[in-house]
Ligand binder design. Sequence first.
Ligand code: SF4
Length: 661
Amino acid sequence: MPEVPAVPGVALSAAVAEALAPDGPLARAVPAFETRDAQLALAAAVSAALADGGVLLAEAGTGTGKTLAYLIPAILSRHRVLVSTGTKNLQEQIYFKDLPVLREALGVPFTATCMKGRGNYLCLQRFESWRDSGAAAMGNDAYYIRMIDEWTRESESGDRAELEDLPEDVPFWKEIAASAENCIGAECPRHQDCYVTRMRQRAAESDLVIVNHHLLCADAAVRQSAYGEVIPDCHYAVVDEAHQLEDVATQYFGRAVTSYRLDDLARDIERALARNLVADAQRADDLGTGVGRLRDHARAFFAAVQALRTGTGTFAEGRVRIGPAHTARAGEEGLALEGALEAIEADIALARDLPEEVLALGRRAHDVREDIRFLLRADDPAFVYFLEVRGRGVYLRASPVDVSEIIREVLLERMKTVVLTSATLTTDGSFQYLRGRLGVRDAVELRLDSEFDYARQAILYLPRRMPDPRSPQFATAAAGEIVEILKRTEGRAFVLFTSYSNLREVRAFAERELDYPILVQGTAPRTALLTEFKATPNAVLFATSSFWQGVDVAGDALSCVIIDKLPFASPGDPIVAARIEAIAARGGSAFGEYQVPLAVLALKQGLGRLLRHRLDRGVLAVLDPRLRSMGYGRRFLASLPPARVTHSLEDIERFFQQAEP
Ligand code: SF4
C-alpha cells in the first residue's frame, strides 16, 4: 500500500469527535444515532493511542458503542489497522454492517479485508485433485462437488460461509480446505488464483484488516516458524473481546498430536501415490509399504496413549493430565511410530524429482515426529501435558502454562499501538489481573461504565437462603428457585449452569413444573438454538459455558438471566491446575490472584447477556450463597452491575408489572 501520511494526534482526535458529534456525519447517516459520552471518551483514547503509540487497556461496559469508537479513529488515522474480534460472527458484523455505514457516513474512502482462518477457504489445488481422483464421485459428495465447482466460478473470496447449503460438518471439507499444513505455497500451480494468496494480497493493500483471535494466534504461531502466515505486517492493532485472548493463545501456542493428524498424513501420502506423483518406482513401493507401517504404528500408539487414562486421578471435561511417568508407558509404541515417520521422511528425501506436494508431505512427517518426541518427553516445565479424547479422536497435547511472554512478544512488542478492549477487563475495579495474564507492562487505562441505566432497567435477585453449592441439596434447591423465577418472568430466560450434571437435574424438574418451551444446549447447533430462542415466545434456554459470552439477544425475548453457581474454573482441568501450581510455586495465592478474578470476569460476561439495548429490562439472578457468605464474595458483589438488589420473588413480579403499559 502506498505510504499515506498519518493524521497527527490532535487532528485525529478532532476529526473523530466531529464524526461522533450530535450534528456530525454519523448522526446524519444513522437514524437512531445518539452521541454517548462513553463512546466519545473511548474514541478519544483510541485516537490518542493510534497517534502516540503504546498499549491502551479500555474496558467499555455494555451499550457504549465500542465498535464504532475504535473503527472511526482507525479509519481516520490513515494507518493500516488490524482489528481482531472474538468470533467470526463479530467479524462479519463489522465487515458487512458497520463498515458500509461508516463508508457512507464518513465520506472517507478506505479499503478493508475480512480474513478468517485458512481452514474456512477452499484450496483450489486440493479440490481439483480430489474432484479428479474419483474418490468423491459417489453419493452426496458428487452433488456437493458440482455445487462447489459452480461456486468457484463466481466466488471472489472462496470462503465456505458463502455456501449456505453446504452442511457445517461435511467430512470432506478438511480434505479440500486451504489449511497451512497442506499448502505448498509458491510452488503450487494455482498459487496465483489461490483464494488465500488473493486474500493476502488484498489485505496487504487494505487500510483495515479484520481478523479473529483464532487467526491472529494461529498466524503468530506459524510466523514463529516462518511458514504459512496470511496476515500482512501491521503496526497498529485493536483487539476486541480481549478477555478471550489468553484462552485462544493457550490453544494455538501449544503442541498437539492427534489420531486425525496421523490419519490425514497417511491418507495424503496414499493419494499422492495413487496420482503417481512419485515417479521413482522403488521409492513409490517403499512409501506404499511405509504408509502401511505408519497406520499400524499410529493405531498402536494411540491405543497406548488412550490406556494412559487408567490410573490418572485428574480428570476434567475429558482431559487427563500426564507427565513423563505416564508417557513412558507409551514410549515403546511412540518410538516405533517415530521410526515409521522417519522412514517416510527418508524415502521422500532419497527420491528424485519430486513435486513440491510430496516434499511437503515429508516436512509434515518430520513435524509430527518432532511433536511426538516433545510430547512423550513431557518434561518442559513451561508446558502442561494432557490427553483428551473427543469423539473418536485421541489428542495428546502440551499447552503453555503462561502465555503472557508469548503475547508480549508476538503482539505487544511487534506493534506500535495495541488497543485491548472488552466489556469485561477489570476485577475489583483494577486491570491488574488482565495485565498479568496478557503480559502488559506500560499501558494507558480507561474504564467506562455501561451506558445502561441498571437501576431502572434491571433488578438483581439473590435468594435469601440456599444450601452450600457443593452439597447434594444444592441442585434441588436451585431447581425450586429457578422454577419460581421463571414463573414470574414467564420464561424468556437464559439459565446458565457451571456443570452439565446440575443442568440435567434442574431441566428434569423444570420440564415437569413449567409449560414454557425449554431449549437445551447440545440438542442443536448453537446458532440454531439461538434463532429458535429468539423466535419462540416465552422460551427458556438451559446452557453451560459456551452461552456465557458472545450471545446477543436484544428485546423482550430475553428478560432474565439466572446463574446457578459462581463460575470457578474446574481445578481438575489440567491447564487450570498447572496455572494454580505455578502461582503457588512463586509464593502467590492462586485463589485470590487467579481463580477469583477469572470467575469474576466470567460472571460479568454471563450477566452482561441481559441488557443489550437501552429499552431492555429484566432480572438477573445469582443463586450461589457464597456471594454473601464468603469473604471473597465481596469481590464478586463489587463487580456486579449496579442494579437494585432484592431477596424477594415478589419484587420480581412487581418489577415486571411496572413495565406493563
Ligand atoms: S497456494 Fe496453497 S492453499 Fe492455495 S491453492 Fe495452492 S495449495 Fe491450495
